[in-house]
Design a binder for this molecule. Structure first.
Ligand code: DAH
Length: 347
């Protein structure tokens, strides 16, 4: 029995030396020490021994088992260490290599432009207000001095949902809403950005676009003047499109302002010399503005003898196009990833 055990020990030792991977080592452990293993088999055979032999052999078997366990454990550790070394060698990481770029979404150029406008006006003490896109004829037109049948309604082809409701054609509707909602009739200094809709079907217009509206109303004695409007718009346009531009105010007509102006800016492509973008005029029309019409003040609860102010409005899409040099309006709406990607990590 003793020889048998010694022989087994030697065999195991030899095999362990040959083994090169953990799986094989584990198989060997099961083969020797497992439930149906060789050593367990020998232990089972002890019942056939005489009572005197039993403790002697039992002792021996236990010792051999302990020895084998130590042996296998050591071998396992060595193999694990080797495996670790192999991995460290093979899976070296070169931390000086450039990392792979994480793909992430980017802010749409229109949203970027809106945020820039809002930040600027908030810094000048304006509130940012909101209004409904599904608007009533009353707020979109009537309260802005555009009664039913007024010829200026033709300037804005509208999507009517019912005879009373339409998709707003201009954010000017929020002027009326803000004045009316202000029951205390305190001064107003607000901008509103948002979507607007018109029945346009030519190549350079979209049926849905974005506008920003501005409204300032204060007591007459505070004398909000055309000079204030000009100064404000100059800050606005220069912030959006660059410092070395000039503005030009042309008399125009809007029903809700009197006097009214269209504001042009020197062409930023040719610097005013004349090119295809400005149709050889050197100027690009960019804004509508004026002093709030007394009828509009009156219709929305502000006494025109006591209050006055200015208003302005412009298209955000066109501003974004000028700002980023976008040549085709459709790029803003078709959401081609190749286009949008250019605005990734822009600031
Ligand atoms: N609502 C006008 C438009 O969509 C733009 C505009 C012109 C807004 C003059 C104003 C303004 O507030 O005073 O064409």
């Amino acid at each position: 029995m003793k020889e048998k055990l010694e022989k087994m020990k030697e065999q195991v030792k030899q095999k362990v030396e040959e083994i090169k991977d953990l799986q094989a080592l584990n198989d060997l452990r099961v083969k020797i020490l497992g439930k149906k293993g060789e050593l367990t088999e020998i232990l089972r055979g002890m019942k056939d021994l005489s009572p005197e032999e039993r403790p002697v052999v039992g002792n021996l078997v236990n010792r051999v088992r302990d020895e084998l366990e130590v042996l296998l454990e050591q071998a396992e550790k060595e193999l694990q260490q080797k495996e670790l070394e192999r991995k460290l060698n093979e899976e070296k990481i070169d931390i000086t290599l450039p990392s792979s770029k994480i793909i992430r979404g980017s802010k749409h150029p229109i949203n970027r432009t809106i945020e820039q406008i809002q930040d600027l006006f908030v810094s000048m003490g304006y509130d940012v207000v909101d209004g409904p896109e599904l608007e009533t004829d009353e707020f979109c037109f009537e309260r802005l001095n555009l009664p039913k049948g007024h010829p200026a309604r033709d300037m804005q082809d509208s999507f009517y949902i019912t005879p009373e409701y339409l998709l707003r054609t201009q954010t000017s509707s929020v002027q009326a809403r803000t004045m009316l909602a202000n029951t205390e009739k305190t001064p107003i200094r607000m901008i509103c950005t948002g979507k607007t809709y018109r029945r346009e079907d030519d190549a350079t217009h979209s049926h849905q676009f974005n506008q920003v509206e501005g409204l300032v109303i204060d007591k007459k004695e505070r004398n909000v003047s055309l000079a204030d409007l000009k100064g404000t718009l100059e800050v606005f346009v220069k912030e959006m499109l660059g410092d070395n531009l000039s503005l030009r105010f042309r008399p125009s007509y809007f029903p809700f302002t009197e006097p009214s102006y269209e504001v042009d800016v020197t062409c930023f492509k040719c610097g005013g010399k004349g090119c295809s973008l400005c149709k050889q005029t050197g100027w690009i029309e960019i804004l509508g503005a004026g002093m709030v019409h007394p009828n509009v003040l009156e219709m929305n609860g502000y006494d025109p003898k006591q209050y006055g102010g200015f208003a302005f409005g412009t298209g955000i899409d066109r501003l974004a196009m000028f700002k980023y040099g976008i040549t085709d309006m459709r790029y803003l709406y078709t959401n081609d990833v190749r286009f949008l990607k250019q605005f990734d990590r822009m600031d």
